[in-house]
Design a protein around this ligand. Structure first.
Ligand code: AMP
Length: 285
């Protein structure tokens, strides 16, 4: 595995592959790898000739009060993990090589970014779309792999790629959980022992909501009430940031669950923001 830190070097190598029609797979990440990231790298390894894993804590998606400075980092450990799963290139640039001081160009999908995570993090998806576009331009991958853990992010990137006719196949891989159900996240290391003990309650709530729908409930408010009851009993330390029941692709809010639907949530457990989501299987859909 080759570690590259400079964009020009990455571009030179990737454009050579592109000219040779090599089937390249890109895995964009912010590092501090866990089994969720590993599953994406494994998918790329199994489905492409060359795997490019990127590790960049993207300043453009962090608001000033957020955790850019304290975001967990461990390049040596991540490099060993990336290599063990067959990454060919690990791209780990410095921020100033990705953004000029007078950077002024942004890629946005406001229609899909206006609610859920975008409501409490207004510049978040603009930062993500912009950096993902930059990574696509630098690497020209045939395929790019993202996790369903970040459901809204995946939907937005798919729409961006479709709208801008980017020649990249965007693949979503399943959300990977701890054994107790907590969605894996690099930020889980922020949780105190007490918070960590309660954190699986987030998923318990979503499962209770899904069970209600499978039992025939179609009313969104009723499903949300069931989820909130489960949270109150299992994760009392948490404060809800949002809970939305949405169409899985358009992300539009639903009132009644009569077809494809998805629950997406964010909760604050202490200072840690946990997100999670599950698909709903309505009987009639
Ligand atoms: P991050 O480093 O958190 O920005 O995540 C990089 C990629 O890994 C994104 O596509 C995420 O959706 C994905 N990812 C993060 N956590 C998980 C997880 N628990 N299961 C599956 N994919 C994940």
């Amino acid at each position: 595995m080759q570690i590259i830190t400079h964009p020009e070097e990455l571009r030179e190598l990737c454009y050579q592959w592109w000219r040779e029609d090599v089937n390249t797979g890109l895995v964009p990440t912010m590092g501090y790898f866990h089994a969720g990231h590993e599953s994406l790298i494994k998918y790329a390894r199994a489905n492409s000739e060359k795997v490019i894993t990127t590790l960049f804590v993207n300043p453009a998606q962090f608001a000033p009060h957020e955790d850019l400075a304290t975001y967990p980092r461990d390049l040596d450990r991540d490099a060993a993990i990336a290599e063990s799963h067959g990454t060919d290139i690990l791209y780990a640039p410095e921020a100033d090589t990705m953004y000029d001081a007078d950077h002024a160009t942004w890629v946005e999908v406001p229609e899909l970014a206006k609610h859920m995570c975008g409501a409490s993090r207004p510049i978040f998806f603009r930062g993500i779309c912009t950096v993902v576009t930059k990574l696509f331009m630098l690497t020209m991958p045939k395929m790019a792999v993202f996790g369903e853990k970040d459901w809204q992010q995946l939907a937005i990137i798919k729409r961006m790629v479709r709208d801008l006719r980017m020649p990249v196949n965007v693949v979503g891989c399943p959300l990977i959980r701890e054994e107790d159900g907590l969605a894996m996240s690099s930020r889980n290391v922020y949780l105190s022992l007490e918070e960590r003990a309660q954190a699986p309650g987030v998923y318990k709530g979503l499962l209770a909501g899904r069970a209600a729908v499978e039992a025939g409930e179609t009313n969104v408010d009723a499903v949300k009430a069931t989820i909130r009851e489960t949270w109150a009993a299992n994760v009392p330390l948490a404060n809800e940031d949002y809970m939305e029941i949405i169409h899985p692709e358009s992300l539009e809010r639903l009132d009644e669950i009569t077809g494809p639907a998805h629950i997406a949530v964010a909760l604050l457990l202490g200072k840690t923001r946990l997100i999670d989501n599950v698909a709903l299987n309505h009987n009639g859909s």
